[in-house]
Design a protein around this ligand. Structure first.
Ligand code: 5GP
Ligand code: MG
Length: 174
């Protein structure tokens, strides 16, 4: 598999992102970091250990890829694991911004749940793919329009554990 972003480059960028994010919150703000399952889990665990802020963790599920599909289908949101976000400043994390549909929907949902503010951070942003206007507050790496896996991102639930971001070969059949 071709490596698009090596593990050490990810770790360095995560450290820098953590610094940018820390500086953006007012001192003493009650922060909850929300990870979009499942793709954001590796990013979340690395980032929060660099953030150096008191925070809570929440999880929300939003998925538009079912099984072996590499094109999006209907979007599902499940918030059964979301803590009470009323009165809290949120940092919403996702693995990748592609069309923008997922984060647009999840941000709206979190505001409806009573969050004071919602900042968004994506590790990756695919260039030239967005179908709805959405600007993340923080972004790790812009990437070309390829289907990528690793560091939380899957194909058919495989490859999430890879420490790097790789480009899935076109002829992958799992
Ligand atoms: P969006 O709603 O922005 O189109 O899509 C965001 C979601 O699609 C991401 O959270 C991710 O789960 C999935 N996704 C988009 N592009 C890729 C990709 O290249 N690789 C993988 N593994 N997932 C992707
Ligand atoms: Mg996802």
């Amino acid at each position: 598999m071709d490596v698009l972003i090596p593990a050490d480059a990810i770790q360095e960028r995560v450290r820098n992102l953590a610094e940018e994010i820390r500086e953006s919150f007012p001192p003493g703000a009650p922060i909850t970091v929300i990870g979009v399952l499942t793709g954001s889990i590796i990013f979340l665990t690395d980032l929060i250990r660099q953030l150096n802020l008191p925070l809570r963790i929440g999880l929300i599920q939003a998925s538009s890829y079912r099984g072996q599909a590499t094109v999006p289908g209907k979007l599902y949101i499940h918030d059964e694991m979301l803590p009470d976000v009323r009165g809290r400043h949120l940092l919403l994390l996702d693995d990748i911004l592609d069309t923008g549909q997922t984060l647009t929907r999840v941000v709206d949902h979190l505001r409806e749940c009573g969050a004071v503010s919602v900042r968004t951070c994506v590790l990756l942003r695919k260039i030239g793919r967005q179908s709805v206007p959405f600007e993340p507050d923080f972004c790790g790496f812009p990437i070309p329009d390829k289907f990528v896996v690793g560091y939380g991102l899957d194909f058919n639930d495989d490859y999430r554990h890879l420490p790097f971001i790789g480009i899935l070969p076109d002829d992958t059949n799992v």
